[in-house]
Every structure is written in C-alpha cells, then in structure tokens.
Design a protein. Structure first.
Length: 185
C-alpha cells in the first residue's frame, strides 16, 4: 500500500463516534440544567398570572354553565361599583365562603369584557368566614392591606357580603385580628 492509498482510506470511525457521543451527552446535561433552573420560574409565573384559571373559566359561557352563581361586586372602568353574577367557586364550604372565594379570584372573562376590575390584591386569601347575629366576619390574609385602594377593596367585601339577605353588616379581620382601616366605617 502506498501513501496515496493510506490517505484515502476511510477511518474505522471509532474516534468520530466517541466525539459525537460526548457532544450528545454535553447537550443533554446542558438542556437538563436549563430546565432545572428555568422551569420552576416559568411555572410560578404562569400560576401567578392567573391564565390557567381564566382559560378554565372560558371553557363554557357563563350563562350556560351549570351550578350556582355568585353575586359579587367589582368596579368598572369609570370607577363605579357594579354587581356581577359569576360561576361560583365550589370549595365545599358555605355559600358565604364560596362566594367570597369567587370574589377573591377576580372577575371572570364575561365581567372583564364589561370592564370589571377588582380593587382587592390578587394575593389575598380567605382564611375564614363566620355569620353571627347577622354580622358576617370575614378573615383575610395580610395581602389585603397591599391592595392599591384599600377603601375600594373593603367596599367590594361589604357590598358582596351585605348582598345576602341574612347579613346586616360585615366585620373585616386581617389574620384573625379586627382590622382598623383609615376612612372605613
């Protein structure tokens, strides 16, 4: 065999296969690292945005869905408060509890189309609700105090609560303590 024949011989391929396998392994490790770091951030952002619940609420028009409707109050773009009827969130609690869970979830797609906005901080959680002597005690998380307009947020709670015929007034509790809000009676 002369030099030309040696140069033209096709290599047996073991070096190229190892190199390809190493590159593939590096690519797999890099992809796994990016997913491990980025996926939790993306999932948290999706949950926080409320897109999933909005998509779930658009699966059927509000008027055609079965089940109870909650009467909740939101503000519309001109600043006036208005009552909306929404599919009630069913958490297995009382009608009061489920209605306030619905209120805290914010306006559904139909209400949004009519300009509804909630003044209540979207991170606010309902901790408990009790009716005693026609007074509805509503216990919410501290996030309520972070609402942009606490008075308007309180007004939403009050109007929604006193929409029940059995409720004369509400008492707002923040993390179990009676709330004292400036300008709110």
């Amino acid at each position: 065999m002369d030099d030309n024949e040696r140069k033209q011989r096709i290599p047996n391929g073991t070096g190229g296969a190892k190199r390809s396998l190493i590159l593939f392994g590096v690519w797999v490790l890099f992809t796994a690292a990016v997913l491990a770091v980025g996926l939790p951030v993306v999932l948290d952002s999706i949950k926080e945005s409320g897109v999933i619940s909005l998509l779930a609420s658009t699966s059927a028009p509000t008027s055609k869905r079965g089940g109870p409707q909650a009467r909740v109050w939101f503000f519309i773009s001109d600043g006036t408060a208005r009552e909306f009827s929404q599919q009630q969130v069913n958490r297995g609690g009382s009608a009061y509890h489920d209605t306030f869970e619905t209120l805290l979830e914010g306006p559904d797609l139909q209400a949004l189309k009519q300009g509804a906005v909630s003044s209540i901080n979207p991170k606010t959680l309902l901790r408990g609700i009790t009716l005693s002597n026609k007074i509805l005690y509503i216990d919410v998380s501290r996030h309520f105090l972070e609402s942009q307009d606490v008075q308007a947020a309180y007004e939403q709670l009050k109007r929604t609560g006193t929409g029940f015929s059995q409720v004369k007034d509400i008492v707002l509790l923040i993390e179990g303590e009676r709330a004292t809000l400036a300008g709110v009676t």
